[in-house]
Write a protein that binds this ligand. Structure first.
Ligand SMILES: CC(=O)N[C@H](C=O)[C@@H](O)[C@H](O)[C@H](O)COP(=O)(O)O
Length: 242
């Protein structure tokens, strides 16, 4: 049961994140950084720089980050369960595993796509709220955002814009500005996550109505940062050769 006191504590957790920089500390399966102790070191470094919280994937990494920081952890559990494109915390069991590991907020796919096992976004929100856990909905479209807010999401984030069949045409270099403009007046905080590559992007996000920013690759993924420098030099060299 979502009591008045769990609702109040959820609100307080979300309030602490407003206006802050949250750093996503993740490494893909191919990355040499993909080890809990290294993910925890990334989080500890981000905390030294002033991060107010972290977004962390898998129970193992969440446990490791909890060992080095008391800051809020926005947990996710990325896994394909089959029969569905939903992969960010697809099921309630996946969500509970990261709560158990120490996540303060659970981020789950908040698109209107069907979920594995026939669960609904609203079912998972209700179950997490009963445990006092706020839910961040990772969405891709205004329709997703409205449905997620109506189903009780405590935060809506632009995470999946550009990563669904419907939105894959979006720029790979810029945050989802049009989406932000369409959802900035929702009755829940909107966080911009995805393709924040510069300080200007972060400031613009807040200027344009976001409540917070979540930054990953630009801070914690040297492989992608390097790739951008390499691509810039390659395209300059090609330009000069023309
Ligand atoms: C689509 C998807 O799976 N996004 C993931 C969600 O957790 C991460 O791979 C991103 O790194 C994260 O959203 C932060 O975004 P960026 O790394 O662009 O700052």
């Amino acid at each position: 049961m979502d009591t008045a006191s769990t609702a109040r504590s959820r609100e307080a957790l979300v309030d602490d994140l407003i206006g802050t920089v949250i750093i996503s500390c993740q490494a893909g399966p191919e990355s040499p950084l993909n080890e809990p102790r290294i993910i925890a070191a990334l989080a500890a470094s981000a905390e030294l720089g002033g991060a107010a919280g972290f977004r962390v994937d898998t129970p193992e990494n969440i446990r490791a980050v909890r060992q080095v920081s008391a800051k809020p952890i926005l947990g996710i559990n990325k896994v394909y369960r089959g029969g569905s494109d939903v992969f960010i915390t697809p099921t309630l069991a996946d969500a509970l595993a990261i709560v158990e590991a120490g996540a303060d907020v659970v981020a789950i796919d908040g698109t209107v796509r069907p979920r594995p096992g026939g669960e609904t976004f609203a079912d998972i929100v209700t179950a997490l709220h009963a445990r006092g856990v706020p839910v961040m909905a990772d969405i891709a479209t205004p329709e997703d955002a409205e449905a997620a807010a109506a189903a009780g999401a405590d935060i809506v984030a632009t995470t999946l814009a550009g990563y669904t069949a419907e939105t894959e045409w979006l720029s790979k270099d810029e945050p989802a500005w049009e989406l932000l403009a369409a959802i900035r007046d929702l009755p829940v905080p909107v966080f911009v996550e995805g393709r924040i590559w510069t300080r200007e992007h972060a400031v613009l996000a807040l200027d344009r109505g976001a409540s917070s920013v979540i930054i990953g690759s630009a801070v914690t993924v040297p492989q992608f940062i390097t790739q951008r420098f390499v691509a810039a030099l390659e395209s300059r060299t090609a330009e000069v050769a023309r």
